[in-house]
Design a protein around this ligand. Structure first.
Ligand code: ZN
Length: 380
């Protein structure tokens, strides 16, 4: 029931505590009061000064007027406070927190590849590279200076290094010895790093300093694509995979890290927020006590095993060979990385592969991308 006549196209619905705007949209009193743009309620920085805890529970509107230039002026029962809104501003949706991910497989992906000199000299090249990383979950950088710790300096070109118990950066060395070939040719299944941390580092960078071993390609897999395929093939198993927490742990003499989360984390809208998959640090689940628990664990495993099998499918694996000066970056909550086995039993398998890695977080990357875009669009 509408309690008052339309005032210049605006109707106050006191019973339901909302304003009905001329285009039929509804503005709840509380929502409208909270977003008052006046100088008393909102600082010039855009941050809110108004404390919502002070809003009276019986907040009411005394008067609402829409003028010819689409400015809505509301007089509140709260101290006769007056708020004037541009109608346009009430319709504006908040900017999305992340770029919509574009899922990919090996056949369709166009890797975001940039040259170190380009992104360090040209903001537009940096912006384009960062946009690709945000959309696809990985990127390549070539001709990076071959220097100790350079990987951390690259992270600082667009963000902030996440220092961990492994340090600011860490070494990954593979040494091929002809006398012990069995230990030199190991592949590494695609995985996400450090699932035992809370929060997980959201970016990982790996920089190649030396590569004298033939063979041994890196491979990247889009975990969001894999999650979509598991969801389509085994909906019930996927529901368990995305709701049942799994524990991960890392222990050494001075460190004990544990975290627990579902293998696939979903956003409230059902889209995938993050995947974590690392068989080396995953802890066993508790032993089921009854048939229902056992059925759930069996279905969970079916979905988990499908997930891991999909990671091995060549059609989903983007392969790249890292030469000295090459660097790749992955969104560690989305893109899994691994490596193929090195060539074994040949003279060519003698040599050293030396990479350095570091962690960073994607908020810094997105911030840099947004600020570069702001400069380009002439915003703010
Ligand atoms: Zn105000």
């Amino acid at each position: 029931m509408l309690s008052s006549d339309p005032i210049a196209g605006v109707t106050i619905d006191v019973a339901r505590r909302r304003l009905v705007l001329p285009d039929g949209t509804r503005a709840p009193f509380t929502w409208l009061r909270d977003r008052c743009p006046c100088g008393e309620c909102r600082h010039a920085s855009g941050q809110r000064l108004y404390d919502p805890a002070t809003m009276p529970p019986d907040l009411n509107i005394l008067d609402a007027v829409l003028d010819a230039s689409d400015h809505l002026t509301v007089t509140w029962s709260e101290n006769n406070h007056r708020s004037t809104y541009r109608l346009e501003s009430l319709r504006a949706a908040p900017a999305p927190a992340r770029t919509a991910p574009t899922l990919w497989d090996a056949a369709t992906v166009v890797a975001p590849v940039a040259q170190y000199d380009d992104i360090t000299r040209h903001p537009a090249a940096m912006a384009e590279w960062l946009a690709g990383i945000d959309r696809l979950g990985f990127g390549m950088l070539r001709r990076v200076p071959v220097a100790d710790g350079e990987v951390a300096r690259v992270a600082e070109l667009f963000g902030h290094v996440r220092v961990t118990n492994y340090g600011r950066f860490f070494d990954v060395r593979s040494i091929a010895e002809p006398s012990n070939l069995a230990n030199t040719s190991l592949g590494l299944a695609a995985h996400t790093d450090n699932p035992y941390r809370d929060p997980v580092p959201s970016l990982q960078l790996l920089h190649c300093l030396q590569s004298s071993i033939s063979g041994g390609e890196n491979l990247l897999v889009d975990g969001f694509q894999v999650a979509a395929e598991v969801r389509a093939a085994l909906p019930a198993g996927f529901a368990l995979l995305s709701s049942r927490p799994v524990s991960f742990a890392y222990l050494d003499d001075t460190t004990e890290l544990r975290a627990s989360a579902p293998l696939v984390e979903l956003l409230p809208d059902g889209s995938v927020r993050a995947v974590r998959c690392n068989s080396r640090s995953m802890q066993p689940s508790a032993l089921p006590h009854d048939d229902l628990q056992a059925d759930d664990l069996t279905a969970w495993y079916d979905a988990y095993l499908l997930f891991t099998r999909l990671l091995t499918e060549p059609r989903l694996q983007y392969r790249l060979r890292l030469d000295p000066g090459d660097l790749f970056i992955v969104d560690n909550r989305r893109v899994l990385h691994g490596r193929t086995a090195f060539a074994a039993s040949t003279a060519a398998s003698v040599g050293t592969r030396h990479l350095q890695g570091c962690y960073a977080d994607i908020d810094g990357l997105r911030s840099t991308h947004a600020v570069l875009g702001r400069a380009r669009d002439g915003e703010r």
